[in-house]
Design a protein around this ligand. Sequence first.
Ligand code: PBG
Length: 324
Amino acid sequence: MAFPINRPRRLRRTETIRRMVRETRLSPDDLIAPMFVCPGRGVKKAVESMPGVAQMSVDNVVAEARETWAAGVPALILFGIPERKDPQGSEAWNDNGAVQRAIREIKERVPSMAVITDVCMCEYTDHGHCGAIVGTDVDNDATLELLVRSALSHARAGADIVAPSDMMDGRVGAIRRALDSNGFSHVAIMAYSAKFASAFYGPFREAAESAPQFGDRRSYQMDPPNGDEAMREVALDLEEGADIVMIKPALPYLDLIWRVKHEFNAPLAAYNVSGEYSMIRAAGINGWIDEQRATLEVLTAIKRAGADLILTYFAKDVARKLRG
Ligand code: PBG
């Protein structure tokens, strides 16, 4: 039935009616807050390319976790900046490293908050790549052992969920087997399943001090034009035991969020990455867009596309706004 019988504007007439027919609702429950934990005490070092984000020592991360939880956000994901780097990235499995200490402290002081840890070598290696270098490239199978050590160290410290972001083949299975045979069958895996070699990670690499010192990540992160391959990556990770799969970045890959949700019906996360954050922040600071509206619009779009969970640097602020 066409116009003039049908007038879609009738349901847009007042805020109350719009509220009644709204199809997608963003909730603080959907959000995961990334945090960068560094050595020291009382440290809060602003990340220049991500206004509002800082590297924090354990004490400040705990304070931030408390505020984020109070705002209604159920989970955080920790990235570590080590005291020293080496070719293997051995600080990644130091049981007294910044991430491991942060996990223990958060679990003690904000016990209900879900603690997720990023499992990757790039913050810990002196060459900045996500694994062990053999020749001129990252060696897949040699890296698995390093990732396993790191994930086990996070589990020992009390992490609820480990999140491998390295894009090595077989790492979900390797981590699952290691967790299970060491008494951590209750620890979940959120796999960065389809992680693309993206320009939008630029600001993160300043935040995590993890830029590759030679070459790039294209021999392990995915080629941006490939959608079918993303479906195969997700299928492999689910077979290997991933509990949650992830698409990353979010905005340039909304089509894949949709496809994964509909093809797999599995819990799905999307990472609204550093570049996506900084673009909105920069335009907001300059007065070029309404930052709050843009943020809500973007995060709601990611949810509408099919994401159950959204990793975003806006988490705390958005949760506060949603709660009014
Ligand atoms: C580590 C890692 C990266 C991000 C999350 N985990 C960077 C990279 O792969 O270079 C990016 C997150 C962001 O940009 O917000 N491998």
